[in-house]
Design a binder for this molecule. Structure first.
Ligand code: EPU
Length: 428
């Protein structure tokens, strides 16, 4: 295990290239199970979630080749092997194996997913969709058992707008008999990306990216090549880093349209943001204005950028209020930011941030992926040395983060944990 060390205060400049979207990747890889010949996904991020999914596809008999960017998956010899334990518990997105294996084999056994602890994260809407398609779903000893004689298209109304449930139902429905209609569907760009891959495989999907998705089931799906969309949350994180301490940072390989809510908020704060076709250029403001932010489903402000922007708002000149309406307990980063001298109160699902303060370097722990991003931002701004443990969370979603930050001029490096620190982690 490692920690990230940062000596803060160094202004950043230059360019950084964004990788493929984690939250697309973790759905595109399981989607390949539905094909009958090899699928190649280009531009994947080199993150641990991708490596774990590769291993899981191999466990069920897939042949997978990954060169750190492009992955070719031959699903022809896959079986409906049960995956009740082991690696499946390491990531939240292993729930996509349910929809994909149900769609292909009409049965699956998948351990209940892990991932970041952001408060309760139920999967009742996924299950509602599988049951509507005719699957029997039971929960036995921490694993979900799914079984159907056949899957028959149905109308599914989502009671909660859910990215995961929308994609999972789409995965199960593309090889069902007849038409499935998902109403109150999520509209995130990652859903369009998965629908594009499935359509290239021969699926019939209309309306992805709107709140009604219609899927006409087909009997067979073939392999294809697909290029993943850029990661809007990784891009957004670097935009926030540039707003915090950037003296002109070019963010390459982005779709600016996917980041309009963040761009609008940064401009409201007086940060300079210029967008081009697939690039965004950000420089910090001499004096930053406070703003109020509420996270919402896409195209609203993403919950995944709530933690990073909270760290930035410690530098604004006044009081900002950030309310998370998606995960109302996603505030574990706040205690750590307070250790670094931030003045933040949590009231209900809101963080109230008073600024500006001079953050101070400290020993802090990333409790989840985006909390890790928030601590990196605070470390880059802080006086002196910050040591961040819990780096395994950061590695789930940010590829080559230390190298990318060093490329912008940051004073940051990784070190192995000492034996004493390893003991402390074990006792957490
Ligand atoms: N929800 C339910 N029932 C369900 C599903 C969701 O009540 O069956 C609730 C959740 O508890 C939450 C809300 O609905 O309050 C939205 O959850 P959603 O299902 O959209 O989230 P998810 O699919 O589990 C994905 C991303 C998250 C991101 C959210 C929201 C993946 C693998 N994860 O999660 O990403 O925060 O959408 O946009 O795609 C991250 O990248 O750091 C991350 C946590």
């Amino acid at each position: 295990m490692e920690k990230i060390k940062i000596i803060g205060g160094q202004p950043l400049q230059g360019s950084v290239r964004i990788n493929g979207a984690k939250n697309s990747a973790v759905a595109l890889i399981p989607a390949s199970i539905l094909a009958e010949s090899p699928v190649t996904i280009e531009g994947l991020p080199e993150i641990s979630d991708v490596e774990i999914l590769k291993d899981l596809l191999e466990e069920i008999g897939g042949t997978v080749h990954f060169d750190g960017q492009d992955m070719t998956i031959d699903p022809s010899n896959m079986t409906s092997m049960p995956l009740p334990n082991g690696k499946v518990k390491k990531l939240r997105a292993s729930y996509y194996l349910m929809g994909a294996m149900l769609g292909r084999f009409k049965k699956a056994v998948i351990g209940l997913p892990g991932g970041c602890h952001l408060g309760p994260r139920p999967i009742d809407q996924h299950i509602k969709g599988f049951e509507a398609l005719g699957a029997k779903v039971t929960n036995e000893q921490g694993a979900i058992y799914l079984q159907a004689d056949e899957l028959i298209g149905a109308r599914v109304y989502l009671d909660v707008v859910s990215v995961g449930a929308t994609i999972n139902i789409m995965l199960a429905a593309v090889r069902a008999k007849g038409r499935t209609v998902i109403e109150n569907a999520a509209k995130e760009p990652e859903i369009i990306d998965v629908a594009t891959l499935l359509t290239n495989m021969g699926a019939k999907i209309k309306g992805a990216g709107t709140d009604v998705i219609r899927i006409d089931g087909v009997e067979h799906l073939r392999g294809c090549r697909h290029t993943i969309i850029p990661d809007r949350i990784e891009a957004g994180t670097y935009m926030v880093i540039a707003a915090a301490i950037g003296e002109g940072v070019m963010i390459d390989n982005v779709i600016p349209h996917h980041l309009e809510s963040l761009t609008a908020k940064l401009r409201e704060m007086n940060v300079s943001v210029e967008t081009a076709d697939d690039q965004i250029f950000v420089s910090r403001a001499p004096i930053m204005k406070p703003v109020d932010i509420k996270t919402l489903v896409y195209p609203g402000f993403p919950t995944d950028l709530q933690q990073p922007i909270t760290a930035l708002l410690t530098q604004a000149n006044g009081t900002s209020v950030v309310t998370d309406t998606i995960y109302n307990a996603r505030f574990k980063h706040i205690d750590e930011l307070r250790r670094m001298n931030a003045r933040i109160k949590v009231e209900g699902s809101s963080a109230i941030i008073s600024g500006p303060v001079q953050l101070q370097g400290a020993k802090v722990r990333a409790t989840d992926l985006r909390a890790g991003a928030a601590l990196i931002i605070a470390g880059l701004l802080g006086n002196g040395l910050t040591e961040i443990t819990g780096v395994e969370h950061i590695d789930r979603g940010y590829s080559h983060v230390v190298e990318k930050l060093r490329g912008l001029g940051a004073n940051v490096w990784r070190e192995k944990l000492s034996e004493e620190e390893m003991e402390q982690v074990k006792n957490l």
